[in-house]
Design a binder for this molecule. Structure first.
Ligand SMILES: Cc1cc2nc3c(=O)[nH]c(=O)nc-3n(C[C@H](O)[C@H](O)[C@H](O)COP(=O)(O)O)c2cc1C
Ligand code: SF4
Length: 505
C-alpha cells in the first residue's frame, strides 16, 4: 500500500510530519507493508494535511488528517473525499504548470519522466535557439512575476546579445502578500523549474543559472538543492546535458530577506554580494545584467511553464486564455476565505467567480468588502468590480493589476484607512532608499493618513497629490505602485476615510 503525505511546508505547518510519523508507527505495529511517499501539495490548503492512499492504482484522498485519525485511516473507517480529481476545487482547474505538483515524489527523476517530464527539453535540444525562442514567443507566455512582459521577447534580446558569458536567473523571492505558488512548485515539482531553466539556457546561449530563493523558504531551498544534486548525478545538469554536448550549471542562492530584492535589478545586486538597491534602467538586465553580462531574469512560474509549452507546443498553450493573456495562471487564494489554495485556470474567469464560487466566500461567513489582487502593490477591488475577468489588460482597465496572481480577501470588518496606512508603512519600511518620492514620500504618506485618521479631512487632497508624485517620480514599482492600494482604498471606500472625521468631531 502506498500512502502519500505532502512535504509541502504549508502541509507541514498543519501537522503533515506528525501524520507521516504516526502512519509509519501504526503500520509497523500492525505489520502492514506500507510505503509512505512525501509528495508535494495538491494545492487545497484547507484540506491539508491531505493524505492519499493508493490501492490498485486508484488514489483515495482524506483531509484534513490528524495524527489521531491514523488508526481509522488504516482501518478503512475514516471518511474519504473520493479522488482528488473529483473534488470540485480541483476538478475545475486546468493544470498545465502544476500538472505534476502533488502527484509525484518531487525528488524522483524517474517519476518526473513517467509523467511527461523532460519531453520538452528533449524537443528543445533538437531545435535551434531561434526556434525555441519562437515557440515561447508564439505561446504568448508573459512574465508571471508581476509585470507581464512577454517572455519570448526577453529571451530574444539575450539571445541576440553578443557575449561569451550569459546567465539565467530565476526570481524565487516571492515577496508578495498572499502568494505561495513559487514555493509550492519548488517544493512539489522542482525538476519542472530546472527543465525550464535549461531550456532558457539553450534558447539564449547561457550556460549558467541561479535560483534566488527567499530566506524564509528553507524547505524550498532544501528541495531545490537536492534536485540540483540529483540532476547533476543523472547528467541532466553539468557539462553534457542529456548527452547533448551542451552545458548548463545551476546554483541555488538564498535571498537577503528584503521585499525589494525581488525587483530584478536589486536581486542582481544582491546576487553579486552587494546591497539590494535598485539599478536605474537602461541598461536592461537582458543586455547588462548579472556581473554586467546579458541575463534572463524570470519568475519561477514563467520558467516552470516553458516545459509544457515545449512539450505540447505553442499553439496548444496559446489556445487557453483571454485576449493577450494567454495560457493558464496559477492563482493563489488567501485571506478570509473558506477554501484557500492554489487554483490554476485559463485566464478569463471573473474575479467574483473565483471568490464566491471557487473559494466559497469568506471563512467568517460575513460579506466580502474588498479583495487585494497582486500583492502589497495591488489595488483593492470592491465587490462592484467582481465581474472583471482575470487578465492583465482587463485588470489594468479597472485600475488594478494581477501581479503574481495572489488574491487576499477581506470581509466587511476591514478598515480601509488602516489598509491604506499599511501600504504606505510597508513602502517606507521596504524602500531601498534610492529615490526621494519613495524614500520620503512613503513616510509622509503614513503621516498624512494619520492626519486623516485624526479628523483632518483637508489632508485627503494632500494624500492624492502625494500618490501622484510617487506614481510619476519613483524609479521602480515599489514607490510607483504603492499608490494603487492607497488610492483604490480612498476611491472605493471613502466612508472609511470620512468616518474618522465624524469620530473626531
Ligand atoms: C518591489 C518589487 C518586488 C518584486 N518582487 C518580485 C518577486 O518576488 N518575484 C518575481 O518574480 N518578481 C518580482 N518583481 C518583478 C521583477 O522585477 C521582474 O519583473 C520579474 O522577476 C521578471 O520575471 P518575469 O518576466 O518572468 O515576471 C518585483 C518587482 C518589484 C518592483
Ligand atoms: S521606488 Fe523605492 S524601492 Fe524603488 S528605487 Fe526608488 S527608493 Fe528604491
Amino acid at each position: 500500500m502506498k500512502i502519500f503525505v505532502p512535504l509541502d511546508s504549508a502541509a507541514k505547518a498543519l501537522g503533515a510530519d506528525e501524520v507521516a510519523a504516526a502512519i509509519q508507527i501504526e503500520a509497523g505495529n500492525r505489520g502492514l507493508d506500507v510505503t509512505v511517499v512525501r509528495n508535494g501539495s495538491r494545492g487545497m490548503v484547507w484540506l491539508e494535511p491531505l493524505v492519499e492512499i493508493e490501492i490498485d492504482g486508484t488514489r483515495k484522498a482524506f483531509g484534513a488528517v490528524t495524527a489521531e485519525d491514523v488508526p481509522s485511516l488504516l482501518d478503512g473507517t475514516l471518511e474519504s473525499l473520493g479522488t482528488v480529481e473529483d473534488i470540485p476545487f480541483f476538478a475545475r482547474q486546468t493544470r498545465l504548470t502544476f500538472a505534476r505538483c502533488g502527484l509525484i515524489d518531487p525528488l524522483s527523476l524517474a517519476e518526473y519522466e513517467a509523467h511527461g517530464g523532460l519531453v520538452g527539453l528533449k524537443r528543445a535540444l533538437a531545435l535551434s535557439e531561434e526556434e525555441i525562442v519562437a515557440e515561447v514567443t508564439n505561446s504568448g507566455l508573459r512574465g508571471r512575476g508581476g509585470a507581464g512582459f512577454p517572455t519570448g521577447i526577453k529571451w530574444d534580446t539575450v539571445r541576440k546579445a553578443v557575449s561569451a558569458r550569459k546567465y539565467i536567473v530565476c526570481n524565487a523571492d516571492e515577496g508578495d502578500s498572499g502568494t505561495f505558488a513559487d514555493r509550492m512548485l519548488m517544493e512539489g515539482d522542482p525538476f519542472t523549474l530546472i527543465e525550464g531553466m535549461i531550456i532558457a539556457g539553450l534558447a539564449t546561449g547561457a550556460t549558467k543559472g541561479f535560483v534566488y530563493i527567499r530566506s524564509e523558504y528553507p524547505d524550498a531551498i532544501a528541495v531545490m538543492e537536492a534536485a540540483v544534486r540529483i540532476g547533476l548525478k543523472a547528467g541532466l545538469l553539468g557539462t553534457n546535458v542529456l548527452g547533448s554536448g551542451k552545458a548548463f550549471d545551476l546554483e541555488i542562492r538564498t535571498g537577503a530577506g528584503a521585499y525589494v530584492c525581488g525587483e530584478e535589478t536589486s536581486l542582481l545586486n544582491s546576487l553579486e554580494g552587494k546591497r539590494g538597491i535598485v539599478r536605474a534602467k537602461p541598461p536592461l538586465p537582458a543586455l547588462e545584467g548579472l556581473f554586467g553580462k546579458p541575463t534572463v531574469v524570470n519568475n519561477v512560474l514563467s520558467l516552470a511553464t516553458v516545459p509544457v509549452i515545449m512539450e505540447k507546443g505553442a499553439e496548444f498553450y496559446a489556445g487557453f486564455g483571454l485576449g493577450r493573456s494567454k495560457g493558464t495562471m496559477p492563482i493563489q487564494i488567501a485571506g478570509n476565505v473558506r477554501h484557500g489554495g492554489l487554483f490554476e485556470t485559463a485566464f478569463g474567469m471573473p474575479l467574483g467567480e473565483l471568490i464566491n464560487d471557487i473559494a466559497g466566500g469568506t471563512a467568517s461567513g460575513r460579506p466580502v468588502k474588498a479583495v487585494q489582487v497582486g500583492g502589497p502593490l495591488g489595488a483593492y477591488m470592491p465587490v462592484s468590480k467582481f465581474n472583471t475577468p482575470f487578465g492583465y489588460e482587463e485588470f489594468d482597465g479597472q485600475g488594478g493589476l494581477i501581479g503574481h496572481a495572489g488574491i487576499v480577501v477581506f470581509d466587511d470588518r476591514a478598515d480601509m484607512l488602516k489598509m491604506a496606512r499599511f501600504a504606505m508603512e510597508f513602502c517606507a519600511v521596504e524602500s531601498c532608499g534610492k529615490c526621494t518620492p519613495c524614500r520620503i514620500g512613503a513616510v509622509r504618506g503614513v503621516e498624512t493618513i494619520d492626519r486623516i485618521d485624526a479628523g483632518d479631512a483637508g489632508a485627503v487632497h494632500l494624500l492624492t497629490d502625494l500618490c501622484d508624485t510617487m506614481k510619476d517620480g519613483s524609479l521602480c514599482a515599489l514607490g510607483g505602485f504603492t499608490p494603487y492600494p492607497v488610492m483604490s482604498a480612498l476611491t472605493h471606500f471613502p466612508e472609511d476615510f470620512a468616518r474618522q472625521k465624524e469620530a473626531a468631531e
